[in-house]
Design a binder for this molecule. Structure first.
Ligand SMILES: [Ca+2]
Length: 252
């Protein structure tokens, strides 16, 4: 399709490196070499409370929300990212959650969606992705919403959610705390059949996946492309949610 961008990503240090290509014409140029770079900033559309932050020492973060009540933020690729064969992709990212008010809330999500680069879901228990459709999200949920215990097993879990539905299809509760303020690491791989998620308090991917789901992502999205990004939100309790690195690849 004329004008359709093929996006892929490469690793450089701990930060986002998004590369833009355009069909047979080949690479148009690298869009980014880290969350501090101009190219990273023009590759992502920021919505709601999301802003880029300089952390000093040449490091940057994508702060999805500050620790203020009832807010949400999202950042999505400005154009659909072409996925690999049968929708395959890999992403590795890290995040921090700190400055908790009350219990801290509500969490961060990695999201593939077919709606819009401006998509921003519900705050609070919606973690900024609830209501975005079509979509598939991996949520890192730090607040147990007692009004809906069927989808919040505890205040420290990872879940896979489709079409902006807050009820996770599968969940996993790590032994470590997601929201100590220290960096947490996650990896999401899709081979065209099974979506696998790993989460760790260390930078090395664990040998065994934390949770997984057999899902047809191309059918779910209705396309072999998606707006790729992250969301976060706060409710009556709040935390500062910051993406610290992200590497998205379709090169499997
Ligand atoms: Ca929750």
């Amino acid at each position: 399709m004329l004008g359709r961008w093929l996006w892929s990503a490469m690793v450089l240090g701990a930060f986002v490196v998004l590369a833009s290509c355009s069909g047979p014409g080949g690479p148009e140029g690298f869009l980014a070499s880290g969350l501090c770079s101009t190219s990273a900033r023009i590759s992502l559309r920021l919505n709601g409370a999301a802003v880029f932050e300089e952390l000093g020492g040449g490091a940057c973060a994508l702060r999805l929300t500050p620790s203020t009540a009832s807010t949400a933020g999202s950042a999505f690729s400005v154009r659909p990212v072409a996925l690999g064969v049968d929708g395959t992709f890999s992403v590795a990212f890290s995040f921090t959650m700190d400055e908790h008010a009350w219990a801290g809330a509500d969490g961060i999500a990695f999201v593939l969606q077919g709606d819009s680069p401006a998509a921003l879901g519900e705050p609070g228990s919606g973690i900024g992705y609830v209501g975005i459709e079509p979509s598939i999200a991996v949520e890192f949920d730090t607040f147990r919403n007692e009004s809906a215990p069927e989808y919040d097993p505890d205040a420290n879990h990872v879940g896979i959610n489709v079409h902006g539905d807050p009820r996770s299809i599968v969940t996993y509760s790590p032994a470590f705390d997601l929201a100590t303020g220290e960096r947490r690491f996650a990896w999401v791989d899709y081979d065209g059949v099974t979506l696998e998620v790993w989460v760790s308090d260390e930078a090395t991917r664990p040998a065994v996946a934390s949770l997984w789901l057999e899902v047809d992502i191309v059918a779910l999205l209705g396309a072999n492309e998606a707006y790729v990004g992250f969301t976060a939100a706060t409710g009556s309790a709040s935390s500062r949610h910051r993406l610290r690195s992200a590497v998205f690849s379709t090169t499997r």
